[in-house]
Design a protein around this ligand. Structure first.
Ligand code: SF4
Ligand code: SF4
Length: 380
């Protein structure tokens, strides 16, 4: 088994961790976790060598994912795995509410200590809130009391904000979104390299873009992958892109079947930095170039249009729409969009005020495209 160090913490993680945003569910209802199956899946992951479980209060709504993890970690499983939890700052309006949240998480997950504790989904606005509530002071207090071991954050904003946050504190680790299509999105490769240079461990979310890069690709993309010196499955092309980087500590994947776990663990067992030849590395650029041509909305995701006064996450809406067309996975992506983007972030919350339009360097008629997404994609 190959393990990677989490920054300077001394903690060693298997390069593949299990995320809990896509646990087995019942009746196609995301809030209705199939606890029996979820426990089996999580324990199978641990038995297979995965030593990090990543949770979030909002995964499967109001702590249901955390509850499943708590159930799975009984019978001695807690001692076999590192556990990460996140503070959803947007749901807490005071330090007291943050404290209640953390205590609830410890209780739900049947533990007295989290190995990794994240401030969840930091961006420029929530970072201001974190500072005004002195969240880091509180998290340090938790560390001193032995309730958490290492401190980090997950991130959704641009590189400049990432750098500002990274430079503001001695973080142990961060969690960023990265995959071979999103190398310049949010923190991006630049953020990965920067965090590593500061001695932080880096965990990766959305390595397969919400499962979209795991779908059967269009024929012209398959032809490019088939030129590889090493034969890889579509999923392996996605994961190896990240394992190839020495800066990556652990890639999180939301696996919900034994088969997915077995397949991904097998890849991770050979997941060494520089595992991709120079020839094969060039294929990612070819694939990216082909896929980029299929984009419907020319959004570069610079986020200059943000924030929208009504809370619409403009680039996120455009990203889902574009990805569905790029990968010819419209039905899959539409379903994922409806399960992931809620009000006020959804396109339907756009009032057409046009505050954003002049800020867009690509001259995109933002409200017009948002209306299109509402008409074609939103399932009420
Ligand atoms: S036009 Fe829509 S997206 Fe743009 S700022 Fe107004 S409400 Fe927000
Ligand atoms: S400003 Fe334009 S290009 Fe930039 S994120 Fe907004 S819509 Fe996309």
């Amino acid at each position: 088994m190959v393990y990677r160090e989490l920054g300077k913490t001394g903690l060693k993680l298997f390069p593949l961790g299990i995320g809990t945003v896509r646990l087995p569910i019942k009746n196609d209802d995301f809030s209705d976790v199939d606890y029996e199956k979820a426990i089996n899946v999580l324990r199978h992951a641990i038995d297979s060598g995965i030593n990090y479980i990543d949770t979030g209060f909002t995964y499967h709504y109001n702590g249901n994912g955390e509850k499943a993890v708590g159930m799975a970690l009984k019978d001695g499983y807690r001692q076999k795995v590192n556990l990460g939890a996140k503070l959803p700052l947007w749901l807490c309006n005071s330090l007291e509410e943050c404290k209640d949240m953390v205590e609830g998480q410890l209780k739900r997950m049947n533990t007295d200590c989290f190995d990794l504790y994240f401030i969840h989904a930091l961006d420029s606005e929530s970072w201001k809130k974190a500072k005004s509530l002195n969240i880091l002071g509180y998290i340090e207090e938790l560390k001193n009391k032995g309730k958490i071991k290492y401190i980090g954050f997950s991130f959704h904003d641009n590189f400049d904000v990432f750098k500002e946050i990274t430079d503001s504190y001695k973080w142990d680790f961060c969690l960023i979104q990265l995959n071979y299509l999103d190398t310049e999105y949010q923190a991006g490769i630049k953020g990965l390299e920067y965090a590593y240079s500061k001695g932080m461990g880096v965990l990766i979310m959305e390595p397969l873009k919400g499962g979209q890069l795991a779908q059967e690709p269009p024929e012209n993309i398959k032809e490019i992958w088939n030129k590889g010196e090493v034969k890889r499955s579509t999923v392996q092309w996605g994961l190896d892109f990240l394992y190839n980087r020495k800066e990556v500590t652990c890639v999180l994947s939301g696996m919900n079947t034994f088969e997915m776990i077995d397949e991904n663990v097998a890849y991770a067992e050979n997941a060494y930095p520089n595992c991709i030849s120079d020839h094969d590395i060039r294929l990612y650029d070819e694939v990216k170039e082909k896929l980029t041509k299929l984009i419907k909305i020319p959004c570069t995701r610079c986020r200059y249009c943000m924030p929208c006064p009504f809370g619409v996450d403009i680039p996120a809406n455009f990203e889902y729409y574009n990805t569905g067309y790029m990968y010819e996975t419209i039905d899959f992506t539409k379903k994922f969009y409806n399960r992931t983007i809620f009000n006020p972030k959804r396109s339907t919350n756009c009032t057409g005020c046009r505050t954003c339009v002049d800020k867009c360097p690509q001259n995109i008629d933002i409200p017009q495209f948002l209306r299109k997404i509402s008409d074609e994609w939103v399932i009420n």
